[in-house]
Design a protein around this ligand. Structure first.
Ligand SMILES: C[S@@+](CC[C@H](N)C(=O)[O-])C[C@H]1O[C@@H](n2cnc3c(N)ncnc32)[C@H](O)[C@@H]1O
Length: 303
């Protein structure tokens, strides 16, 4: 398998799995959804301002999950929502930006709320060069969920620190090293630093950072953040709530998997067997797989 440029992989993913032909599947990564929403709600409380008034940058939009999580789902928690006027998407892949815009009003939520999707500002750009697109002190929250393909990670952290306002928080998630090690090395036989993608029966590998919580703490510390919190998020799967039965595999009464190959649980296509095999290899009970690493750090307020 040849290493492929991350932008090309995501352009292909955007054209294939995130395209209309797979529209019946709603991708719900609940493992990271709630920690991210709660961190945002907590930030609003800490700043003593409504969530609606916070400026948020979403790096690596992918299928647009953080948009719907923050602008729609947080409503369900009765804690307000991030305003789509104050959310900015950044992605290196134009295709993924379009996909996020297309999928954002998933299940007609936005229509019900009489909101339109045009209000979310989108920037096509490289997350390792954030100050090229944004002024210093612009955001209260920067989210980089499953931005494991971005390299070097330090540059993204340095940039996030600059574009955050004082007391702003940076939220990150990654595939967890323990699980990624088993899946990549023992099941897919590839290097831990790569993830495998299967698109239209062709296989690609591209760089992917799979750390431990302490590695993420280190990144936050080295790049000048404070109030650092990192932790392992455990689960067995990433859930889907709208199912295309053709692509689904029932694993047990609680778990269904969609479709084909994937290497890390943040991806849409996870071989049903993969997680089972990983669980077996790690000798862990259901729900105990270390799936993701969650990280949060604050820009110091030196006044
Ligand atoms: C795994 S997806 C994450 C999607 C979403 N945030 C989530 O949590 O499901 C990674 C995203 O990062 C984008 N990406 C990769 N390298 C990037 C870079 N250097 N700058 C900005 N975005 C990048 C990809 O195009 C892709 O949309």
């Amino acid at each position: 398998m040849r290493e492929t440029n991350v932008t090309s992989v995501y352009d292909l993913l955007g054209e294939d799995y995130f395209s209309k032909k797979h529209r019946s599947v709603e991708f719900n990564n609940d493992v990271q959804r709630f920690p991210i929403i709660y961190a945002c709600i907590h930030q609003a409380k800490r700043l003593n301002r409504p969530l609606e008034e916070l400026d948020v940058l979403n790096i690596g939009v992918g299928g647009g999950q953080q948009r719907s999580d923050l602008c729609i789902c947080s409503l369900g928690l009765g804690c307000g929502r991030v305003s789509d006027h104050r959310l900015v998407d950044l992605d290196v892949s134009q295709t993924m930006l379009e996909v996020a815009s297309e999928l954002f009003p998933s299940k007609g939520f936005l229509e019900k709320l009489e909101k339109t999707k045009e209000n979310v500002k989108q920037v096509k750009g490289d997350a390792t060069d954030l100050t090229r697109y944004f002024n210093n002190d612009s955001f209260d929250i920067v989210v980089a969920a499953l931005c494991d393909p971005i390299e070097p990670q330090e540059k993204m952290y340095h940039g996030a620190l600059k574009v955050l306002k004082k007391d702003g928080i940076f939220i990150t998630t990654y595939p967890h090293k323990d699980l990624a090690t088993v899946i990549r090395r023992n099941i897919y036989h590839i290097n831990l630093r790569y993830t495998r993608y299967k698109i239209d029966d062709k296989e690609y590998i591209a760089r992917s950072y799979a750390p431990l919580p302490e590695d993420v703490s280190d990144l936050f510390m080295r790049t000048g953040f404070t109030d650092i919190q990192t932790r392992t998020l455990k689960a067995d799967s990433i859930f889907y709530n709208e199912i295309d039965p053709k692509g689904m595999h029932k694993v047990d009464d609680n778990y269904w998997w969609y479709g084909e190959a994937g290497t890390c649980p943040g991806h849409r296509y996870v071989i049903p067997d993969t997680m089972m095999k990983a669980r077996e290899k790690l000798g862990l009970p259901i729900g105990e797989l270390p799936v993701l690493v969650f990280g949060e750090g604050r820009k110091p307020n030196n006044d």
